[in-house]
Design a protein around this ligand. Structure first.
Ligand code: DX5
Ligand code: ZN
Length: 220
């Protein structure tokens, strides 16, 4: 099994204490941070734009993973890479121009992610395996933190893991939504290499300790 990466999701952080909260998880061993960008169209919620990505970039040495939950993301990838994203994920459902969006991320100089909602056929990820560095399996309907993990995500992770192992071993599998101490072990065993956690980390009074507990739960 490859290394387990837990990516704290900034969506659940206290933005008024952003640098302090990011430092707490970084000191606890975090190497990735996940930033959720929502446009109020693709998902029924609004969150951050590029200035927040730039603020995260300035506050941390972590790998900055930007999850675009926006329509026609190909219009915006350059902006987010310029703001400091190391990896940008776009949703397969958000544009008819998925290939163009993935190519735009690559040519802007960032790692390339493709995200799929809970019932989106995995065939599109299979088609895209040679174009991507990461496949993001949503384990909730995107748009909000604090939702319950959809157990069907584990079957999807297993299916993708087999495909990935056979065809594109360098591609990382990421799971996002409802990851906590109860759900993280099964998601990891199903095949997730990168596990995003928002409320389970920043909903705690001690985000560093919560990050460490998730790490132990992932390995148990
Ligand atoms: C949901 C976002 C997630 C969110 C996860 O649409 O993509 O990244 O921050 O939050 P939790 O871990 O609270 O489910
Ligand atoms: Zn996300």
């Amino acid at each position: 099994m490859s290394e387990t990466i837990i990516a704290p999701s900034v969506l659940a952080a206290d933005l008024g204490r952003l640098a302090e909260q990011l430092a707490a998880v970084e000191e606890a061993g975090a190497t990735w941070l996940h930033v959720d960008v929502m446009d109020g169209h693709f998902v029924p919620n609004l969150s951050f734009g590029a200035p927040v990505v730039a603020a995260v970039r300035r506050a941390t040495r972590c790998f900055v993973d930007v999850h675009l939950m926006i329509e026609a993301p190909e219009r915006w990838v350059e902006t987010f890479v310029a703001a400091g994203a190391d990896l940008v994920s776009v949703h397969a459902e958000a544009t008819p121009n998925v290939h163009r969006a993935l190519a735009a991320i690559r040519s802007a100089g960032a790692k390339v992610g493709l995200a799929v909602n809970p019932l989106t056929p995995l065939a599109i990820v299979e088609e895209a395996l040679s174009e991507i560095d990461l496949a993001l399996v949503m384990s909730v309907d995107p748009g909000f933190g604090g939702q319950r993990y959809l157990p069907g995500a584990n079957v999807r992770l297993e299916r993708l893991r087999h495909l990935r192992d056979a065809r594109a071993p360098h591609v990382l599998l990421q799971v996002d939504g409802g990851i906590d101490e109860r759900t993280i072990g099964d998601a990891r065993r199903a095949g997730a290499d990168v596990l995003v956690a928002g409320s389970a980390i920043f909903g705690s009074d001690d985000p560093g300790a919560a990050f460490a507990r998730l790490g132990s739960a992932a390995r148990s």
